[in-house]
Design a protein around this ligand. Sequence first.
Ligand code: ATP
Ligand code: MG
Length: 830
Amino acid sequence: MERDPAGDEELRRAEIGGGDPDGGGPGIEVVETPDLEEALRDREGKPLPQALPILPLRSTVTYPDTLTPLAVGNPRSVKLVDDVLSGERTLVMVASREPELEEPGPDQLYDVGVAGVVARMIKVPDGTMRVLVQGTQRVRIGEYIAEQPYLVARISELPDVVEPSSELDTLTRNVQNTFSQIIEGIPYLPEELQLAVANVDDPSALCHLIAGAMRISTEEKQELLEEVDVGKRLRRLSEILARELEVVQLGAQIQSQVQSEMEKGQREYFLREQLKAIQQELGEGDERQAEINELRERIEQAALPEHARKAADRELSRLERLPPAAAEYGVIRTYLEWMVELPWSVETEDKLDIEHAREVLDADHYDLEKVKERILEYLAVRKLKPDSPGPILCFVGPPGVGKTSLGRSIARALDRKFQRISVGGVRDEAEIRGHRRTYIGAMPGTVIRALRDAGSRNPVFMIDEIDKMGADFRGDPASAMLEVLDPAQNDSFRDHFLDLEFDLSDVLFIATANFLDPIPPPLQDRMEVIQLSGYTVDEKLHIAKNYLLPRQIEENGLRPSQIEFTDEALIAIGDEYTREAGVRNFERQIGTVCRKIAREAAEGKLDGTAKITPERARELLGPRKFFAEQARRTKDPGVATGLAWTPVGGEVLFVECSAMAGSGKLTITGQLGDVMKESAEAALSWVRGHQSELAPELPEDWFSKHDIHIHVPSGAVPKDGPSAGVAMATALASLVSGRPVANDVAMTGEITLTGQVLPIGGVKEKSLAAQRAGIKRVILPERNKGDVEEIPQHEREELEYLYVNELGEVLEHALHPADQETTARQVGQR
Ligand SMILES: Nc1ncnc2c1ncn2[C@@H]1O[C@H](COP(=O)(O)OP(=O)(O)OP(=O)(O)O)[C@@H](O)[C@H]1O
Ligand SMILES: [Mg+2]
């Protein structure tokens, strides 16, 4: 086979450069043309033989006037060269269309080749040979006259066609220029070529020289060889060169880009090294490194779940690359500190012992039977089915009835950590879910913060005042809360600051609220509501004796033997110094008494036991704060006792009205809401409509000649709701009829213009308030009967409930019978 293997590049280059390949050596036979010059001169002018041996070339094309080194290994070709060397030394080199073929036949060979004289032959011991052939002229191959032992064909010369023109000159110059540009960008082209090309003036020879040196496709090389018109050939070559130049330039561009990237990287590395050295010099490097090492260690210890670990590692490596002075450094460090402090995998073990839980709950709270039962059931389910998410409890009730402290007890019973957050007044979603790290001073939201404080991923987590969450333009915290509380999605709670999912599904959430109504329905939906109501005087006494007192004695550093409260004293404290549904203030007042006694003890003035009687309590606590409401009641007509429901539990309220000469105006005062004002108007309309029955003796135009003033005093507490309608109508009826309202009766209910009495809410609270105020009879809408039945027997046995459907019945129960004399007198006054 014949080819121009890549390994022969050196050889070829040496030839072109005018050098000589090394010859000689053991086992190497070198055959040289005795006088190549002479042989070539011989050839010149003489016509070529009609037929010549054909030497196929593999993937190379040679040109006239070129010295081509060839490696000859195929036996057929070896024989050819051997024969040629012993004869005319002339052969024809022709390229093969199918370079893969070992021994191409006539069909696979191109029709145009180059005749040449073998200038030198070296036999290599392995039987192959290296041959150097001097190309002489272009020939067309005609008919093949032999194929064995090698190809022989008839040939005819194909001389150049040159038409000298200025275009040819220009083209020549152009090709020379382009090539000299290319040569710089292509490493395989030797520098000497530049000189050679510059020195060749003959356009045809120039073409051959360049085409032979360039690595372009065999097809293109052959195309250049076959083109006899030198002008056309030059143009074609010039096109090829232009394309190659573009490739070279593009390559150079890419190269320089890569280079500059690399240089940038190196520069950075270099600067960083310098920075390190400077930091070390300043003693900063160690500190910083120590900090990073510490963080790394803490990340290791924090046993982060995979997704968190990834994030932590990523941030740590960013931190390492930042100078401590960079603003981001602090941000990332804060972030990492949060990451490692969170209890990703810290868990306390639950103590699911129902008996034990019962004991703890009883030890902390008096009564609350229903609530405790529910909590124990809850724990029982947890015990039997530990991975069921379980409902979220929501304790609803007035302040101070033990909602928060029950949560604490549950945590104690379960042996879990306890955390409490208050979402009252929270309007910004970010408070719950945190701010993104891009904010200055960003922090995780309150949920994640509380978990960090808890130090375990399964604490009892109390969300206080869930009914007082707001919403504004900063987003809706309720929807964030929803995500926290929904067992279906809280296993992947995402805090904006962490920007990672945190599993809240093992947290035991308990929400608390004073009212159910303001809680958004979707939130209510996810919680199981447990109602706690206010305490009766009796219950408060119990709680005080068994829970509040021992605690306050201990907290104030007293010994139980140093102080003793009588029941009467406790009742007096509750009555005169507090007005509440729960026991928070009660406890505070008891605390105040204990503190004062503690001071006496500390001053050494206490000997024996301090006995607290009502008198002693009053002495210690100062002027009483609250008066029993009955005392303020008057026997005059125009005042009725209503029952209201406020955030501090039920309350007794008095509706007062009076009339004065005027033009039929209605004035309403006492911090009343719109709904309550409308009730007042409805009440007045009804009373006006029934004037003839209620006050037959009044002149018909009485109302148009009088202004009515309705006032609801007490406590500057804003009041609203329709449930005072009944009391207002009664007060007005009392006013016009002159019949006073019985002072042992209180009432509640909404009214319609036709005098129907509609049901209202908060029956239990109102009932307790009535009892506290010493009321004996409560007038209630018939349809609230069911609510009354739900109040434990002992909380209502002191009260008589009167159920009504319309205002007429109310007045029958409430108004004293008409006393002809007073009525006449009073009406006369009016
Ligand atoms: N049944 C009870 N037995 C013993 N102590 C009680 C009982 N109810 C309430 N307390 C005590 O009353 C105090 C106030 O209770 P707590 O703070 O739990 O009220 P709360 O219902 O959470 O009120 P708020 O709605 O204002 O948050 C606590 O010290 C609590 O121990
Ligand atoms: Mg609370």
